[in-house]
Design a protein around this ligand. Structure first.
Ligand code: NAD
Length: 727
């Protein structure tokens, strides 16, 4: 019988066995996972003190967890609340934690970490202070130091000990700067853990056996004559690798603000030259500097709290029953349809995949066979599992085979008449309550819904390409879409393991509308005669994953123009004024005068070689748009790209297209590569220097210099009061 946790129960329990081994079990009664917070540190310190007092009667120590995970990282609520005024107090807290870990590894008795579940961040740091680490070889166990992904650095000795264990270069390249979560076998190959056992039950016997064999265990760094693997900065291989390391950092960050990455590099290299206690202090100081500044908070709020809010269903209509799809129909087995079918089959859903011919449908199904084949070859999947997945996808040319599905996702060509025709035929064969979803990227959902008799069951489910890699799905609510349908779409996306954001119907929905604002701005720069290399550099320096012109070439220049022309026609039809953008003329000239339509058409802003690789900027660009006499600063160029997107996102928010700021922030990160350091496209407003007022002032400045499109709207100016939009 399991006992109900009582919040006053201790986090650490002490059990001394007859062989003198003390088993310390970590089981925080106040949380589902163990995290390292103030009470944790206080209790750890009492445990360490007791170990020291009773040392003579102790044969060794085993650290393990009473939860299904070992220990997760630090308490993010605590970290996100830190301000500069907390610097001294938090430094003391860290130093105190590290003193306990140091006392543990210098206890004079063997200490084994028995890793029964994921050991990430603070959990791995605790384990690194043990003399030996044994982990259960289970796919649910992840081991690593993922802090960099939150804009933080490991500060419980993670940098100090991985550098001493693996050498600075390997620690940085493989663990600290990647933030990778390793499977047990990978962690063992790397040297983060020493041994693997098959089940949790094997941990304690193994640990005890190790203790018996190593009564005098000490850390390698506490042995006489210890030298760092790879040498120190002034001595050995690291000295030669330093320039390489800083260029790796540049390659990894593209010159974007990356204070955590820089601090990790500095703490590792500086710490490699001094003793472990001094290295620990260096690590703490860098951590406190980073954790009390805005970028880490932006990233934690975005990648943790906003995501938690979304997954918690904040944008899902309340009161609707939970839905689980069992059989999904996908119409159109092209690039998107094949990807969607695979995503569904992968989570156990039966899929009916339809195209115009059996051959085309089979081709879509073959995509799953290809991806699974690779997974089998890499040892990530058994052949039997891959076969079972494929057996869940039925390829067909007959829409009538959709009769038993409970959710349809249409992914045929982007053509309104074709889609309308498909839906009227689909509606005739599916169950009367089947959801009718479209993966359209540009067509208004409300008008597509007019082609069916039950528009309340119609919804947009906008996947991103490649479906397999992209975590976001934009759910579009048409005018008639019911709460029940929206909730089902939301639940399906979660069932697929993806992240849903909810958007009201509008031209370009949310993500396309925002990204096009950036791409248009980049194209306007081309028209001003700004060197394309500067535009690409400004993109990377802002923190985007790729240059805007490169992205446009991939997308094709004709697509944004077609979207623009549709918007122009819609504006004309509804009597609305049409505002031209300086990019329009540039697009038209590139496409109409020079036939530069992008990579698929043989070339766009770039030229391509026979293998389709970029071979340099198209030299004709400089003739078509003569170089400007002066070039704006890179800061101006980067901010024009960022501000164009932020202002568009604000407009969409103010118009009610996207209601939850968390949806906008996460959508911008996962869907269109908005830089994570900013905290997302709407948080950008408040984290800008001077807060929202600072943003408004800078937007006015950009408007004066580059055009009225940067003029902040009244709704934004009015909102620039002390209390901001998002935390
Ligand atoms: P695609 O050209 O690769 O595939 C379309 C498929 O639909 C083809 O296999 C075609 O044979 C099939 N098809 C056409 N008419 C059909 C019919 N009457 N019955 C059954 N099948 C039919 O296109 P795609 O890139 O997969 O895009 C599909 C949809 O997804 C479009 O609406 C597109 O706007 C949208 N979308 C595309 C992307 C992207 O990046 N490609 C991203 C998001 C959304």
């Amino acid at each position: 019988m399991t006992s109900v946790p009582n919040p006053v129960d201790p986090i650490f329990t002490w059990r001394k066995e007859s062989d003198g081994v003390v088993v310390i079990t970590i089981d925080d009664p106040t949380q589902d996972v163990n995290t390292v917070h103030s009470r944790f540190v206080a209790e750890l310190s009492a445990i360490v003190e007791r170990l020291q007092t009773e040392r003579d009667d102790i044969a060794g120590v085993v650290l393990t967890s009473g939860k299904s995970t070992f220990v997760a990282g630090g308490d993010l609520h605590e970290i996100v609340a830190l301000g500069p005024e907390d610097a001294a107090r938090f430094t003391r807290h860290l130093d105190h934690l590290k003193a306990q870990l140091r006392a543990l590894e210098t206890l004079g008795r063997p200490v084994v970490a028995a890793i029964n579940g994921s050991a990430l961040g603070g959990g791995l740091e605790l384990a690194l202070a043990a003399h030996h680490r044994v982990a259960v070889d289970s796919p649910r166990v992840q081991i690593g130091l993922p802090e960099v992904g939150l804009g933080l650095l490991p500060a419980g000795g993670g940098i100090v000990r991985t550098v001493r264990l693996l050498g600075a270069k390997r620690a940085l390249d493989e663990v600290l700067l990647t933030g990778k979560r390793f499977r047990p076998a990978q962690a063992r190959a790397l040297g983060l853990v020493d041994e693997l056992v098959a089940t949790s039950d094997d941990l304690l016997p193994y640990a005890k056996q190790w203790i018996v064999g190593h009564p005098d265990a000490v850390q390698p760094w506490d042995t006489r004559g210890f030298t760092l693997p790879g040498g120190t900065q002034t001595h050995g291989a690291l000295a030669a690798e330093l320039p390489f390391l800083s260029s790796t950092l540049r390659a990894r960050t593209g010159g974007a603000p990356a204070p955590a990455e820089r601090a990790i590099l500095a703490a590792a290299v500086e710490g490699a030259q001094v003793d472990i206690d001094a290295a620990s202090r260096i690590e703490s100081r860098y951590f406190v500097e980073i954790a009390t500044a805005p970028i880490a908070k932006n990233r934690i709020n975005l990648t943790f709290f906003d995501l938690q809010q979304i997954k918690g269903g904040a944008s899902r209509p309340s009161g609707q029953p939970t839905y689980r799809a069992s059989r999904v129909g996908v119409v159109g087995a092209g690039m998107m349809g094949a990807g969607i079918a695979y995503a569904a089959a992968k989570v156990g859903i039966e899929v009916v995949l339809v195209d115009t011919s059996l051959e085309a449908a089979e081709k879509g199904r073959a995509y799953s066979a290809k991806v699974e084949g690779r997974a089998v070859a890499r040892g990530q999947r058994t052949q039997a599992d891959a076969d079972a997945l494929l057996a869940r996808i039925a390829a067909t040319a007959d829409l009538a085979d959709l009769r038993d599905v409970d959710f349809v996702i249409e992914a045929v060509f982007e053509n309104a008449a074709l889609k309308a025709d498909i839906f009227s035929r689909v509606e005739a064969v599916v169950r009367p309550d089947a959801v009718l979803g479209s993966n359209t990227s540009t067509l208004p959902i409300t008008s597509l819904a007019a082609s069916v008799g039950r528009p309340e069951d119609f919804v947009g489910v906008h996947f991103f390409s490649p479906v397999d890699k992209m975590a976001l799905v934009e759910i579009i609510r048409g005018e008639a879409t019911s709460d029940a349908t929206l909730a089902k779409a939301f639940d399906l996306v979660v069932q697929l393991g993806k992240t849903p954001i909810v958007v009201n119907d509008s031209r370009g929905f949310f993500t396309s509308r925002v990204i096009i604002a950036r791409l248009n701005e980049a194209v306007a720069m081309v028209g001003e005669g700004i060197a394309p290399a500067s535009i690409e550099q400004a993109s990377l320096q802002a923190g985007y994953p790729a240059g805007a012109l490169q992205l446009l070439d991939e997308l094709t220049l004709t697509l944004p123009r077609a979207v623009r022309e549709e918007a122009r026609a819609a504006a004309a039809a509804s009597g609305q004024a049409w505002v031209t953008h300086p990019s329009h003329d540039v697009f038209d000239r590139l496409i109409d005068d020079w036939g530069r339509v992008g990579r698929a058409g043989g070339g766009g802003f770039y030229d391509y070689d026979e293998q389709g690789r970029r071979s340099g900027f198209w030299p004709g660009l400089a003739d078509a748009f003569p170089r400007a006499a002066t070039t704006p600063t890179l800061r101006d160029l980067s901010e024009r790209l960022l501000f164009a997107e932020v202002l568009e996102a604000w407009a969409a928010h103010a118009e009610g297209v996207i209601e939850a700021p968390a949806d906008a922030n996460v959508g911008s990160l996962l869907g269109i590569g908005f830089p994570a350091w900013t905290g997302g496209v709407l948080r950008f407003l408040d984290q800008y220097e001077g807060g929202r007022e600072g943003f408004v002032a800078r937007a006015e400045e950009l408007a004066e210099q580059y055009g009225d499109r940067f003029r902040p709207p009244a709704s934004l100016v009015d909102s620039a009061q002390p209390a901001g939009l998002s935390a």
